[in-house]
Design a protein around this ligand. Structure first.
Ligand SMILES: Cc1cc2nc3c(=O)[nH]c(=O)nc-3n(C[C@H](O)[C@H](O)[C@H](O)COP(=O)(O)OP(=O)(O)OC[C@H]3O[C@@H](n4cnc5c(N)ncnc54)[C@H](O)[C@@H]3O)c2cc1C
Length: 529
């Protein structure tokens, strides 16, 4: 009997990351249990505004070995319910669905066995460098099942956290007497608004004056959605700094800047984590070319999007926004709504609440409102950090010294947290296939095919990524999406491929030209199982 396959593997979360983690663990003969607090697979996609669509085209947002249903054009941006249908079909096809326990929230994860002091002193991850250690340690999960009063505990030999980074709202703080408590209307975060049943969400804003705070992706999607749902009413979005919010068709269609950025040649123009001298030299020499390309793209976008007319010219250059990934796509027809007057845009550095709405600091202008929706972002680390019972694990996994990178080796395992992996925290331009690559790597680790170096070497690698993140943050004008690997995705995948024993050069046919000039995407990695 294969002893390894009797090992108990828990996966927390049945979003795209959890589904991929389960599929690939099943592929290696494990029988994981997936705990999902919601009632459906597909994570954020199961609870969005009725108007939400992908902002990346179908051809880039897919699992490597599972195409979209026939009839979905590669350049299409499927609707949220089509994403859910696609994810559900994937889960069904690969036997994942029957491994999911819905309505099961993991409240706490406790490592039981070797003491924290012993774990901290280990020179090899999990004590011996193996996924399951020497068998003396295990994870004890406390789970709340929907409909039952108490909690249940379960023991597992390995824990995979796929909890996502969009599950906890970030809400601004206000001085006493200037916060939501003085407002007579209703205040909610865009996450909670998106999670409402669609009819209830429309009912909440019907005939109301809605003010949305924040001009990122969620902010513009929300205000456009409210304007559409609310007919003749005028909705307002207020924002602090204008970001690069661009038309999907301009960024992915025609001369697709999105696709160009996914080539190896484009990656050669940025520094890479742990690069050698030659690559360093090359990236330095190619910096003017990167600047020129980004400047041309910037001029093109400014020519086609009426930023200037509406006072929303982005405050950083396009080149900076790419490095820091401060970039999103506009809802369809957004600036038409602004021109028609159904959406108005107001800029202010800060604001406070009054009885009838908001007061914009600086000008003192009052904006009347019945409903205020705060599209003020997410606390990306909270779900991850919050699951650990150990204060030490909580501290080292996410709330250390860095805002730039989560200190995970290969963006998956913490060198000093045993028998545990994270899938889906590191962000890329199109998120699914990088998560899937992480899931494949973790499955190979479980299976013993990926061999980890010692803890010290893992920490050196983590430090390289941290230094790289700090470089990217400086180049981006101080905004860097934590653990964003968008500009070096293929470089990262090369590392995972080598670890798993696969060639990182994945273009079939076309030789060097294809390798360097064709965009890398999901299907290039289909052969890795
Ligand atoms: C509005 C929106 C639009 C987006 N659009 C795009 C896009 O166009 N293209 C793109 O590439 N990416 C996009 N993203 C990024 C998005 O994060 C990914 O598409 C993807 O959903 C992330 O998958 P995930 O499985 O890692 O996390 P999630 O989708 O967040 O799934 C995590 C799952 O874990 C569950 N969970 C969390 N904690 C627990 C717990 N303690 N116990 C049990 N279950 C738990 C949650 O219920 C959830 O189902 C978008 C994100 C948002 C919020």
């Amino acid at each position: 009997m294969d002893v390894k396959k009797n090992k108990r593997v828990a996966i927390v979360g049945a979003g795209p990351s959890g589904l991929a983690a389960c599929k690939h663990a099943l592929g290696k003969g494990f029988r994981p249990v997936v705990f999902e607090s919601g009632a459906a697979v597909s994570g954020v996609w199961a609870r969005t505004l009725s108007s939400t669509r992908l902002q990346t085209p179908a051809s880039t947002f897919r699992f490597s070995d599972f195409p979209w249903p026939a009839g979905t054009a590669p350049e299409e941006f499927p609707r949220h319910d089509h994403v859910v249908a696609y994810m559900t079909a994937y889960a069904r096809r690969f036997g994942v669905l029957e491994r999911v326990r819905f309505g099961s929230t993991v409240l706490a994860a406790e490592y039981v066995g070797p003491s924290e002091r012993e774990v901290a002193a280990w020179e090899r991850w999990s004590g011996n460098g193996e996924a399951f250690g020497d068998g003396t340690g295990e994870w004890r999960l406390t789970v709340q099942h929907a409909g039952s009063e108490g909690t249940q505990t379960y023991e597992f030999d390995f824990l995979v956290l796929c909890v996502g980074r969009y599950g906890v709202a970030k809400v601004p703080k206000f001085p006493p007497g200037r916060g939501p408590e003085v407002f007579h209307g209703q205040v909610l975060h865009s996450m909670n608004y998106s999670r409402m049943a669609h009819a209830d969400a429309d009912e909440l804003i019907r005939g109301k004056r809605v003010v949305v705070v924040g001009s990122g992706k969620s902010g513009l999607d929300t205000v456009a959605h409210c304007a559409e749902a609310n007919g003749e009413h005028k909705e307002t979005v207020i924002y602090r700094s204008a970001q690069w919010m661009v038309d999907t068709k301009l960024i992915w269609g025609g001369v697709s800047f999105g696709k160009l950025a996914m080539t190896r040649l484009a990656e050669l123009m940025v520094h890479e984590p742990g690069e050698g001298f030659l690559l360093f030299l090359l990236a330095t020499m190619l910096t003017p070319l990167r600047w020129l390309t980004a400047t041309l793209a910037e001029a093109y976008l400014k020519m086609h999007i009426p930023f200037k007319k509406h006072g929303t010219v982005p405050e950083c250059s396009f080149s900076q926004s790419i490095l820091g990934w401060r970039l999103g796509t506009l809802p369809e027809g957004f600036y038409d709504m602004v021109s028609e007057g159904s959406v108005q845009i107001k800029r202010c550095d800060s604001f406070s609440f009054c009885a009838n709405g908001l007061v914009l600091d600086g000008t003192g202008e009052r904006v009347d409102a019945d409903v205020v929706i705060l599209a003020t972002g997410f606390d990306a680390d909270r779900l991850l950090r919050g699951v650990f019972v150990s204060p030490r694990f909580r501290e080292i996994v996410a709330s250390g010294d860095s805002d730039t990178m989560l200190p995970l080796y290969r963006h998956c395992v913490h060198p000093r947290i045993p028998q545990m992996a994270v899938v889906g925290y590191a962000e890329s331009a199109a998120s699914i296939y990088p998560y899937e690559m992480m899931a494949k790597w973790v499955a190979h680790l479980l299976d013993g095919a990926v061999r980890l170096p010692g803890v010290a070497a893992m920490e050196r690698s983590v430090a390289e990524w941290e230094r790289w993140g700090q470089w990217a943050e400086r180049g981006s004008g101080a905004f860097f999406l934590k653990s964003c690997i968008a500009t070096v995705t293929t470089w990262y995948h090369d590392q995972l491929c080598r670890d798993m024993g696969y060639s990182p050069r994945r273009k079939k046919g076309g030789g060097l030209v294809a390798e360097w000039l064709q965009p890398y995407g999901p299907t290039d990695y289909a052969g890795i199982q």
